[in-house]
Write a protein that binds this ligand. Structure first.
Ligand SMILES: O=c1ccn([C@H]2C[C@H](O)[C@@H](CO)O2)c(=O)[nH]1
Ligand SMILES: [Zn+2]
Length: 136
């Protein structure tokens, strides 16, 4: 079954519904689509020690890598609760880029708002990235 943009966005929104964000009340969801059609989701996980919050995108990448995934990332959707689209923070761009570079892909990134989807790419979000290829 082909995973459409709408499917991936729905998966990100469902993940956001599971957000643990009692401090910011800012529920974020991320969904990663891999070349084999599998989808891995993440949501933000906050902490009473506020600065320890984990972003949705980072949680999704950690879940995938913990399951042994090392490449094939083709599309990412990120949803937030705000009135505008949400784009991955700087740390998440670096974390997403690691998985992308490992597999040699330049994933599409769908930055989703209530009534807009901004379509960009990993390389556009993080140009001249420092990644595993930089250490070769
Ligand atoms: O791209 C982003 C930006 C923010 N957050 C989370 C971190 C924190 O829990 C909350 C407010 O910044 O949103 C994400 O999960 N992803
Ligand atoms: Zn982040």
């Amino acid at each position: 079954m082909t995973i459409t943009d709408d499917d991936l966005i729905a998966a990100a929104r469902a993940a956001a519904d599971r957000s643990y964000s009692p401090y910011s009340n800012f529920a974020v969801g991320a969904a990663l689509l891999f070349a084999d059609g599998s989808v891995v989701t993440g949501t933000n996980v906050e902490n009473a020690s506020y600065g320890l919050a984990l972003c949705a995108e980072t949680v999704a990448v950690a879940k995938a890598m913990a399951d042994g995934v090392r490449g094939g990332l083709v599309r990412v959707a990120v949803t937030g609760p705000g009135v505008d689209v949400i784009t991955p923070c700087g740390r998440c761009r670096q974390v997403l880029n690691e998985l992308a570079q490992l597999g040699g892909t330049d994933p599409e990134v769908l930055c989703v708002g209530p009534d807009e989807v901004r379509r960009t790419t990993m390389s556009a979000l993080l140009p001249d990235a420092f990644g595993p290829a930089s250490l070769a």
